[in-house]
Design a binder for this molecule. Structure first.
Ligand code: ITT
Length: 335
């Protein structure tokens, strides 16, 4: 009978206790095809990679922060100190499945089956991320990964807005770029477009922060108000708030609104690039939901019946102005 998994005690089991497990020699200089790192989420279990191995009906478990690296010949697991803990020959891997372990909350883990062992490795903080990581892991191990990832690179996101950072972390978690919040107050000039604000911001920050870095300027453009508040979205939000916006829109039937986001990237070589995303929708006449930030509680994206504030950050990212712009940025960075 399969024993119950005692995730709670996994931390107490020491690495390397099981003598039969041989840490194989590996060439760490091999080209990296894929790197999956632990995610800085608040939850105790899911923020860590769990590596569990099963044998003859019992298991040993170690649960540490770490990094999975897939090379053309090996799948490697490094602990948080960079020590190699697990090395699996890709050619020994018979199957990789994704399972859901249900407890108080779900944990998704990749079951990597070889002739000798079965390894269970969690890699995601939620269903969507775990599924994506599983897909990436599988294709990397089978050699079908066409976008090789290199070492993890910190990408500074210059913003004061915590809501934006959460969205960056949620989407960049699957890449080798690690978004780091950098709070430097750069002047947002009074311009007529987000693009101008971003161009000015990038130039102003050049030489003050080490590239690569990204700035994000966004706003809500309401059709009936000729695109207001647009570039003034922050000011309007900070002064009259959503209550005030809803008041402006009282008895207005035309409620279409477009969210726009312009991301500005300064590359290490000093090049500037812009990535734009838009999301159409309507403003409702009340506030709904407590996720997200800013205008999210009053905006329903096209094709949905929930406000941005009622969606998870993954759901919002999948359709939002920022999600679209971030994916363009990621495509660019990976090239
Ligand atoms: P930084 O400039 O420091 O990044 P900010 O809050 O000033 O932060 P923006 O100027 O880009 O950001 O955005 C103006 C406002 O537009 C912002 O404060 C929100 O109220 C609103 N906004 C931007 N993106 C939004 C989004 O995805 N959902 C809801 N409101 C958003």
């Amino acid at each position: 009978m399969t024993p119950e998994r005692e995730w709670d005690v996994a931390d107490e089991v020491e690495w390397g206790i099981e003598e039969d497990i041989v840490w194989e020699e590996t060439d760490e200089d091999e080209e990296t095809i894929l790197e999956l790192r632990n995610d800085s989420q608040p939850s105790f279990f899911v923020r860590k990679f769990a590596v569990v191995w099963w044998r003859n009906g019992f298991y040993k478990a170690g649960k540490v922060d770490g990094l999975i690296r897939v090379t053309p010949t090996r799948t490697l697991f490094f602990d948080e100190k960079g020590k190699l803990r697990l090395s699996i020959n890709n050619s020994d891997i018979k199957e990789i499945k994704l399972h859901e372990h249900e407890s108080d909350f779900s944990i998704f883990y990749n079951e990597i089956i070889t002739n000798k062992e079965v390894y269970d490795i969690t890699t995601g903080v939620d269903k969507a991320q775990s599924e994506q990581n599983h897909k990436d892991l599988k294709s990397a191990i089978s050699g079908n990964y066409d976008a090789p990832l290199k070492e993890i690179v910190d990408l500074q996101i210059v913003t004061s807005n915590e809501g934006k950072i959460k969205e960056f972390i949620s989407i960049f978690g699957k890449t080798n770029f690690n978004p780091v919040k950098t709070n430097i107050d750069y002047p947002e000039i009074q311009a007529s477009s987000l693009e101008e604000v971003v161009d000015f911001g990038l130039s102003w920050l050049q030489g003050k922060i080490k590239p690569p870095f990204v700035i994000d300027d966004a706003g809500a453009f309401i059709d009936n108000l000729q695109g207001f508040p647009g570039v003034y979205s922050r000011y309007v939000y900070d002064t009259i708030g959503l209550e005030g916006v809803l008041k402006q829109m009282e008895n207005v039937e035309e409620r279409q609104c477009i969210f726009r986001c312009v991301l500005g990237l300064m590359t290490e070589s000093g090049e500037k690039h812009r990535f734009v995303g838009e999301c159409k929708g309507t403003l409702i006449d009340e506030q709904r939901g407590d996720r997200g930030f800013g205008y999210d509680p009053i905006f329903i994206p096209e094709g949905f019946d929930k406000t941005f504030a009622e969606l998870t950050s993954e759901e919002k990212n999948s359709i939002s102005h920022r999600g679209i712009a971030m994916r363009k940025l990621i495509d660019f960075l990976l090239k």
